[in-house]
Design a protein around this ligand. Sequence first.
Ligand code: HEC
Length: 157
Amino acid sequence: MSKYTLSALVLATLFAGSLGLTACSSNAEKTANATNSQLDDRAKLMRDWRQANESMKAMIENPASFDAAAFKERADFIAKTADTMWPYFEGEVSKGGDAKDTVWTDAAGFKAKADEFTAAAAALSAAAANATSAADVEQLYKQMASSCGSCHKEYKN
Ligand code: HEC
């Protein structure tokens, strides 16, 4: 291998390395922009909650369609991801979207709503473990669902 070929190889390696670095730093910029990722992550999780909630609602409204395993899966999903949701609202940097400013100016009130919801979701998930009919979970389902609405009423545009 001639000297020239070797230095061409070295150059090519260096060049590839710097391309790699460029790709990394543009990803780092995206991650550093916490506003976007917190907003995107919470909107996505809220939409997943809506889907799970709608599926449970349909079973409550039509008890003949009650599927204990499916209901439990939806209830568990919401209960297990509740603690994941609230950090997406932490810090001034996460302001925006359809969230009212009161999420941050009345942080204690928002936390109280979040805690109330998290407890309602845990209670529903516990009841769902032994439910054999819609009647077994109806009350706790309604409490959980109304807790979505009561937070939206105060903290979402
Ligand atoms: C403690 C407060 C709180 C609770 C509880 C809550 N949400 Fe939300 N939700 C919000 C806020 C605030 C927003 C606006 C977020 C944003 O736009 O960045 C929102 C946004 C949403 C959105 C719109 C997402 C999008 O596409 O932008 C949906 C759908 C939603 N929530 C469904 C639910 C469901 C279903 C539940 C209950 C299972 C629930 N939420 C519980 C506060 C809450």
